[in-house]
Ligand binder design. Structure first.
Ligand SMILES: [Fe+2]
Ligand SMILES: [Fe+2]
Length: 188
């Protein structure tokens, strides 16, 4: 069972949107301070959203019996591994390099960065549970079809939780970080 208490359900405090009012999302891409590094960072976020979605939908296809179990095992192994490995690396870099850079440029938003770091801890915990469960289902598919399907049900619940928290986290992170970057001419 996933620990649902670790999933943040509250929005960012309103004062964390101080700069977002001056730099609304629909003007980011055309802003002269929106550089390639920020575009690539948001591109990584798009990839995480897609990988989270595909692990959920592949698991749904297994549960609906519209996907051959061996195909499901192969796809879960590839996409789940990409999601977990890349997200762990991304979080580590943000905690140790990116967030300190943002904080040094504008410490008014440190409370928001702390919320995002807590999200990373919660997400990393969810990802660890997802990895163990995925490894189990891949073994069970060879051994016991009924047990494998039970395990896939648990994986589905985890995938939904990862997708839900990730959606909230990535949107909040972009809304906090990109206005700081544009305002202070960072990462270009
Ligand atoms: Fe993050
Ligand atoms: Fe991120």
């Amino acid at each position: 069972m996933t620990d649902l208490t670790s999933i943040r359900t509250t929005p960012m405090p309103e004062e964390m949107h101080l700069l977002l009012t001056d730099y609304p999302r629909d003007g980011w891409a055309a802003h002269p301070n929106f550089k390639r590094a920020t575009e690539q960072w948001m591109g990584a976020h798009r990839m995480f959203r897609q990988l989270a979605e595909v692990t959920r939908t592949e698991t749904e296809a297994d549960l609906d019996k519209t996907r051959d179990p061996d195909d499901y095992a192969g796809r879960l192994s590839i996409y789940g591994n990409l999601l977990v490995r890349n997200l762990h690396g991304h979080h580590h870099w943000e905690d140790h390099s990116y967030f300190p850079e943002l904080s040094a440029a504008d410490p008014r938003f440190d409370a928001g960065l702390e919320i995002l770091e807590k999200d990373h801890e919660a997400l990393d915990g969810l990802l660890d549970g997802f990895t163990s469960a995925s490894n189990r289902v891949i073994k069970l598919i060879q051994l016991d079809e009924a047990q494998a399907r039970d395990q896939a049900g648990a994986i589905h619940e985890m995938a939904v939780n990862i997708e839900t928290l990730l959606e909230r986290h990535l949107a909040d992170e972009e809304d906090l970080a990109v206005p700081i970057i544009l305002h202070h001419k960072l990462r270009g």
